[in-house]
Design a protein around this ligand. Structure first.
Ligand SMILES: Cc1ncc(C[n+]2csc(CCOP(=O)(O)OP(=O)(O)O)c2C)c(N)n1
Ligand code: SF4
Ligand SMILES: [Mg+2]
Length: 296
């Protein structure tokens, strides 16, 4: 891979304006800024209903500089397919088509169109920002909400089910590039999106984006919370390139080292308040087993 981008080599041009409408401390807003820098001006965006539609606002006072189609939840990837076809007819295949959808719009409502586009091999980048609930409508649980999390639809004991493993589902489509990233490591995300642009066919990037009001932490701790998810081994940074899995960045550095206990992450957020000691121990065991697999 080419040299890693640093804050000194990051392009200065801003494609997201400072006056956007996301909450203070929004993890998505960090990665949208870095992500659009990586995608560049020759990009058409496709966005379903989500906090991102709020962040952007509507033309002519949108907070971003790129053309964007706001589409229905279920049709994000299908709309991207249509744009790719139209660009082909016009001989403009050098334009990048990038879908940005929330976890609800990706793992629940948009999954069939995404699966179809990937099975067809359409040339686009699908980016899921995972704030682990339906935040825009008031914190309802989604397929990627972790087990035990309190949401407005799992208000007493927390969500009983496990978090849906979207990157693994996308890797099962045998697409050429699947990667994960975190708002705590935006330069890593920048490099992964840049790399995705060079690969033909469908690319899927899954981003962990802490959300202060939905997760219950102070707006100044977004990066700290995002880092803890990685340092405890709960959310891992990796790439699956042409079927080959490798840990990257901060997760790769954890190999052979002692990870922080998962409880250190849970303590930072009120959404985990229903977790009992027994449940935390069970989650710690699951994480340890996953990492034993990585070490092996
Ligand atoms: C078919 C349909 N159902 C419900 C809604 C209402 N709705 C708008 S945004 C949203 C939440 C989206 O959640 P997610 O995709 O995780 O994005 P986030 O809001 O968390 O950024 C919902 C349910 C809608 N617009 N369309
Ligand atoms: S609710 Fe969460 S994801 Fe949505 S704009 Fe606010 S901080 Fe960002
Ligand atoms: Mg969400």
């Amino acid at each position: 891979m080419s040299a890693k981008t640093t804050i000194l080599t990051l392009p200065e041009e801003e494609l997201v304006h400072p006056g956007h409408r996301a909450c203070a401390g929004c993890g998505l807003s960090i990665l949208y800024r870095f992500g659009l820098k990586a995608l560049g001006r020759d990009t058409i965006l496709v966005v379903p209903p989500s906090c991102l539609t709020v962040l952007q606002g509507l033309y002519p006072i949108a907070a971003t500089q790129l053309p964007c189609l706001n589409v229905t939840f279920a049709s994000t990837a299908a709309a991207a397919t249509g744009i790719i076809a139209a660009l082909k007819v016009r001989g403009k295949e050098d334009i990048t088509v990038a879908a940005w959808a929330g976890d609800g719009g990706t793992s629940d409502i948009g999954i069939q169109a995404l699966s179809g586009a990937c099975e067809r091999g359409d040339n686009f980048i699908f980016i899921c920002y995972d704030n682990e609930a339906y935040m825009n409508t008031g914190v309802q649980r989604s397929g990627t909400t972790p087990q035990g999390v309190i949401t407005t639809t799992t208000p007493i004991h927390g969500k009983p089910q496990q978090k849906k493993d979207m990157p693994a589902i996308m890797a099962a489509h045998t697409i050429s590039y699947v990667a994960t990233g975190s708002a705590a490591y935006p330069l890593d995300v920048y490099d992964k999106i840049k790399k995705a642009k060079t690969i033909e066919g469908p690319k899927y990037i899954h981003l962990h984006t802490p959300c202060p009001p939905g997760w219950g932490f102070d707006t100044r701790y977004t990066v700290k919370v995002g880092r803890l998810a990685v340092e405890t081994g709960l959310f891992d940074l990796y790439e699956i390139e042409h079927g080959v899995f490798r840990l990257t960045g901060a997760s790769k550095k954890l190999l052979g080292k002692e990870r922080k206990p998962v409880a250190a992450y849970f303590e930072t957020q009120t959404r985990f308040r229903a977790l009992t000691r027994a449940r935390i121990s069970a989650i710690q065991r699951q994480v340890d087993e996953k990492w034993a697999g990585y070490e092996a």
